[in-house]
Write a protein that binds this ligand. Sequence first.
Ligand SMILES: *Cc1c(COP(=O)(O)O)cnc(C)c1O
Length: 429
Amino acid sequence: MKKPFVTKQQIEEIASSYPTPFYIYDEKGIIENARAVHEAFSWNKGYREYFAVKATPNPRLMEILMAQGCGFDCSSMTELMLSRAIGAQGSDIMFSSNDTPPEEFAYADKIGAIINLDDFTHIEFLEETIGRIPETISCRYNPGGVFQMSNGIMDNPGDSKYGMTKDQLFDAFRILKDKGAKNFGIHAFLASNTVTNEYYPQLAGQLFELAVELKEKTGAHISFINLSGGVGIPYLPDQKGNDIKLIGEGVKAEYERVLVPAGMDDVAIFTEMGRFMMAPYGALVTKAIHEKHIYKEYIGVDACAVNLMRPAMYGAYHHITVLGKEDAPQDHVYDVTGSLCENNDKFAIERHLPKIDMGDYLFIHDAGAHGFSMGYNYNGKLKSAELLLKEDGSVECIRRAETERDYFATFDSLPVYDRLEEIMDSEGV
Ligand SMILES: *Cc1c(COP(=O)(O)O)cnc(C)c1O
């Protein structure tokens, strides 16, 4: 069973200062998990987790991860700037972008980030943009076909827009070497949200064999292999989660099988996990404000899909706990909906839950990654606050809720910009 990291009483207290909906993150859980990740890969001297900033781009949370030794994987200008702003620099930052605008390559290079090229043509594009090829460079690999494991097809790299084919990768290494690159990285992300301890080891095995071949055929010095993201979490209550210790051991076994005999025992392992680092340690807290009985039973809450779009976008399951009713019988069946003018704005469909009363707080689990960050402003909805439940039990506001002023801010060339203040004053909003 999934257990919230806060009680009803705590949330009632917090909600008296910060109205729902809000995100809340569990500092203790984040730190313990980050330590377990580092422990699991401590056998590899150069190991580094580059937290995928897009999963949870909050500088305060990034600082917590940085204190545990994490670097940052960025894919846009803003993410690079967030990383810089909290003091990350140089090789603390991986730039794994795709369809990259020139100014982003230029900025990534300027701050010394490790650039991961998504495509063969980006060699020329990068060289034209920054006037040279950096000494340390990484290339993203896409083997095509399907990525299969013992329990079936995991994902479909042949259908994905990322990375280079195998032939392109070999050509890229030769060309980059001729242009002065000295330290090479290989990167691949072949399956998402894998809830199996086999994914990283199997991916590692493939990439290690590829690295040996690349070294032999191109003479490139492979410095690091980046297993990227994709390690999943159990969103379903009866699902068994990954064991990061076993995953680390599985990667180690492949390392010893493939790289060590090839004399490549100095290769660093990098990871770029987002979901595994943060998803279980963040929740969206929302209040039931309406109930509706038509052809089905609906509970309307004060959050909507702009706060957490995974259910609407992918039909993703997010477990819901009605706070204070943890042990009550789940004898009601509800669709839990937000207020968007879109019928897919539902956090749960025909979900068995305890009887929900107006004012009850719903704790929507596993929203700590790809949750707040995917938010948008459809229907003029505003983004919620983000709060941090600290190890000492206190609560820190780490991002205030958006206001109408924020929404109007980009209209600053129009008369309505000034009119908002007048309206708010005269109409008492
Ligand atoms: C999204 C992404 C990640 C993180 O993925 P998770 O599934 O959250 O672990 C890592 N690297 C790259 C390049 C990504 O695009």
